[in-house]
Design a protein around this ligand. Structure first.
Ligand code: ADP
Length: 371
């Protein structure tokens, strides 16, 4: 929208009509003060400003406009019938104007100038936004590298320590201790392996190269295996499957990738849930040919305003980021995997009560839609 400022009603009507007939959206102000009020309320692409006005003149309006952050980028074209001297024109540019036209002016030229200024301004705005976006991304990347190095270093340091302890125990010929320390280092290797795997998957998603191997698999067996694998890492945690008869359900999908989703939901439910509380894996068969999986915990929960960001890359709930280790890649990868199965995912959660993370995929998706 273009704002025309002139103290003479007839000028506003004449120029307004001309510009409207050329497809521009127009707003008008009868004084500098009125213009400033409007500028604070609305967004304008350009201002056409009469120089000679009682009260605030055009130059004063332009100075005020360039002083506000919200309005400083709006191009201004001055129109003047009286002040045509070089001194006034110079003042016009100095106060923030982009152009200074002297009445009578050629309407076609004015229209061309408006179009050019609006276009240039849009380019400048999108460049500005792009620069800001890149600065944010760059900072996020730096932060990520520092967290990632720390996350990778922690298991590595433990592995180094356990191997040393295992070596000492072996020298003492204490086989039980040797085995215990090797087992512990094995767990840290698994952790490291998962972290590196997640890092690789994240990079592949970004470059569109995350590979999928779609085929029919038995959903019941798949679910039991996925849960057992996690149970193995957390033997003390109670994990309960609640499902109807799914013994004959054969899903067309990538079993390994879907196992990643179940394992991620489960390890989060364990990580962010209190000790001693069970985690329930609930399966629902929906009438529209979909299988819906809920992973329900009674953990710390997530506030409503954080929930919609959880599945974004590297997102971690800030309040908890010091208490729990993590890189914020797990749910991002889950989201990508479910999307590629033409499914839906999400979370229902209440702080201090717990969370239900779910995904829902078609049992028999249209194969042509999968990629
Ligand atoms: P990570 O756990 O490595 O930080 P995720 O992508 O798996 O990364 O999870 C992103 C964020 O979502 C976590 O940092 C955590 O704040 C929140 N979150 C995930 N699962 C749960 C859960 N079951 N309960 C509470 N918060 C959760």
């Amino acid at each position: 929208m273009i704002l025309i400022v002139d103290d003479k009603q007839e000028n506003l009507i004449a120029l307004g009509k001309t510009l409207e007939s050329r497809g521009f959206e127009i707003d008008t102000a009868l004084s500098g003060e009125d213009a400033l009020k409007k500028l604070l309320r609305n967004d304008y692409e350009l201002i056409i400003l009469d120089v000679q006005m009682p009260g605030m003149d055009g130059f004063e309006v332009a100075e005020a406009v360039s002083g506000y952050r919200r309005t400083s980028d709006i191009p201004i074209i001055f129109l003047s019938a009286v002040n045509v001297s070089k001194e006034f024109i110079t003042k016009g540019y100095a106060s923030g104007g982009r152009d200074y036209l002297v009445k009578p002016f050629d309407t076609d030229i004015l229209v061309l100038k408006i179009k050019t200024f609006v276009k240039l301004n849009n380019i400048q705005r999108s460049l500005q936004l792009e620069i800001e976006r890149r600065i944010v991304a760059e900072n996020k990347k730096d932060e990520f590298i520092s967290i990632a190095s720390h996350e990778l270093n922690t298991p590595l340091t433990s592995i180094k320590g356990y191997i040393q302890l295992a070596g000492n125990a072996l020298e003492r010929k204490n086989i039980d201790q040797t085995r215990m320390f090797l087992d512990r280092s094995q767990k840290q290797v698994t952790k490291l392996n998962r972290l590196v795997g997640d890092l690789l998957d994240t990079t592949k998603i970004q470059s569109g190269k995350l590979q999928f191997n779609f085929q029919y698999f038995d959903f019941g067996t798949f679910l039991i295996n996925a849960v057992e694998n996690i149970q193995h890492s957390f033997p003390d945690k109670s994990l309960r499957i609640k499902a109807p008869d799914i013994s004959n359900i054969r899903v067309f999908g990538d079993e390994n990738r879907l196992e990643q989703v179940v394992q991620n939901y489960l390890s989060n439910a364990i990580k962010y849930g209190p000790e001693g509380k069970e985690v329930v894996i609930e399966v629902l068969l929906l009438p529209d040919g979909k299988v819906h999986v809920n992973v329900i915990d009674e953990g710390i929960g997530i506030s409503a305003e954080r929930q919609h960001q959880l599945f974004e890359k590297f997102y971690r709930v800030e309040e908890n980021s010091n208490r729990f280790q993590g890189l914020g890649m797990g749910l991002y990868i889950c989201a990508e995997i479910v999307k590629r199965h033409k499914g839906t995912y999400g979370v229902v959660s209440e702080p201090e009560k717990g969370s239900t993370f779910y995904f829902c995929i078609p049992i028999n998706p249209a194969i042509s839609e999968l990629n």
